[in-house]
Design a protein around this ligand. Structure first.
Ligand code: FAD
Length: 144
């Protein structure tokens, strides 16, 4: 079984109100666990930046559904690679609102410039999401 990592960025549409976003979070956690998909979804009112990792056929099928979803548009593939192991194995889908990203993490990846996820290279997108997910998880653990 080939394991792949896919990263895309998209623009949130008006169809994605709070209820719709909540539905995405619930469906993702349930379905991704059943499909052995892991990853992270970083979002704010204007964009989604998501990494999906898991078995190739399963990730491909889910990405097909996601691309057709009207709750976002301008879906742009940033990375699609075969990997040996998962970066986000601990999360069926880590959800991170962009406003909660640590300032130092943001500064490291933007060097003071405005954050535009569409401008990220595949490597930058992966590094950013790894930092965001791991920092958020450490922060939550420290709060317990
Ligand atoms: P349901 O939520 O029941 O949706 C059924 C259909 O209705 C789908 O076609 C859906 O696109 C559409 N729909 C549902 N709610 C709305 C709404 N409020 N407005 C317009 N159309 C709607 N799914 C996962 O399983 N895992 C993920 O990691 C994942 N990540 C996503 C990330 C983003 C940015 C978006 C926009 C969607 C994501 N989804 C994810 C949802 C995915 O696109 C499919 O909707 C979902 O997998 C289908 O499951 P369902 O039939 O149970 O969903």
């Amino acid at each position: 079984m080939q394991l792949v990592r896919l990263i895309y960025v998209s623009v949130m549409t008006e169809a994605c109100d709070t209820t719709a976003l909540q539905r995405i979070l619930e469906v993702s956690r349930t379905k991704n666990t059943a499909r052995k998909i892991t990853g992270v979804l970083c979002y704010d009112p204007s964009f989604f930046l998501q990494c999906l990792e898991g078995p190739k056929d399963t990730v491909n099928a889910l990405y097909g559904d996601i691309v057709r979803d009207v709750r976002h548009k301008d879906v742009t593939l940033l990375e699609y690679v075969t990997v040996e192991e998962r970066e986000f194995g601990a999360w069926s889908m880590a959800f991170v609102h962009a406003s909660t990203i640590d300032k130092q993490v943001l500064e490291k990846h933007t060097q003071g410039l405005r954050f535009d996820p569409f401008e990220l290279s595949s490597e930058q997108a992966n590094d950013f999401l790894v930092d965001v997910a791991h920092h958020t998880s450490r922060h939550m653990a420290a709060q317990r």
